[in-house]
Design a protein around this ligand. Structure first.
Ligand code: NI
Length: 164
């Protein structure tokens, strides 16, 4: 296992659209275990492959208190959404910036595991937020993109200041 480097804004590579995974091999298993290790080390509750500069549809998530319920989503797709919730989000690629984002309250997703087996998950609360946030990364979207232009500008300014 290895800790991977996490891309941070304004790195343009975060805007890359991830390709579907077609080969379920040892390399994919290594990627997911490295991503989990990187996420736990950060620490964070979710990480998309895009954030470690691998442009494949791979996401890892663990929203459990004990950090013992890792979830690997390969080629994840949202198949239904319901309701609305607002949650203060942060992102390992947008250090020290937090902002309230409005998303679906409940989502149902279809994904594959590291062996290519299909499965479905129904999620709500933090897990639903996390899934929507991470799936956005695979499309080159960061949570700041959901904010109003003014709030987004303020967040980016704060980010610039922190980097100085
Ligand atoms: Ni993120």
């Amino acid at each position: 296992m290895a800790i991977l480097d996490i891309l941070t804004l304004p790195d343009k590579r975060l805007k890359t659209i991830a390709e579907p995974v077609t080969v379920f091999d040892g390399e994919l298993k290594k990627l997911t275990s490295d991503m989990l290790e990187t996420m736990y080390d950060a620490p964070g509750v979710g990480l998309a492959a895009t954030q470690v500069n691998v442009h494949k549809q791979v996401v890892v998530i663990d929203v459990s208190e004990e950090k013992d319920q890792p979830l690997c989503l390969i080629n994840p797709k949202i198949i239904s959404k319901e309701g609305v919730q607002t949650y203060e989000e942060g992102c390992l690629s947008v250090p020290n910036i937090y902002a309230k984002v409005k998303r679906a309250g409940k989502v149902e997703i279809e994904a594959q595991d590291v062996n290519g087996e299909k499965f479905c998950i129904e999620a709500e609360e933090l897990l639903a937020v996390c899934i929507q946030h991470e799936l956005d990364h695979l499309k080159g979207i960061v949570f700041l993109d959901h904010l109003s232009p003014l709030k987004r500008k303020m967040a980016l300014k704060k980010l610039e200041k922190a980097e100085e």
